[in-house]
Design a protein around this ligand. Structure first.
Ligand SMILES: [Zn+2]
Length: 98
């Protein structure tokens, strides 16, 4: 991966972190992940796939893996596929009684 592309990712990531991130109540750790250009806080690998989506594993509330495109609605935590570093992308404020 060339450095210009990583630079581009940092721009996109920090824009996302500072706009959508505020609306979506991203955690500080997830904002850092975005604004660093999708760099894992654990192993410093750049986690991006060929479709320019975050190349992380997403898990839902019940511990079941969810597809990345459902992450916004369903993910409770992300896991780095390389070092298993785990973090929460969003604060969950609402506690609904099921
Ligand atoms: Zn990692």
């Amino acid at each position: 991966m060339n450095s210009a592309f990583k630079w581009y990712l940092r721009i996109v990531g920090s824009l996302t972190a500072n706009t959508l991130g505020i609306i979506d109540r991203y955690t500080p750790e997830h904002r850092k992940f975005l604004s660093s250009g999708f760099v894992c806080a654990g192993c410093h690998a750049t986690l991006i796939n060929s479709r320019l989506m975050a190349d992380v594993k997403c898990y839902g509330q019940d511990g079941v893996e969810v597809p990345i495109w459902k992450a916004r609605a369903k993910a409770r935590y992300f896991v780095c596929p390389k070092c298993s570093h785990r973090w929460e992308p969003r604060r969950v404020h609402e506690k609904r009684v099921v």
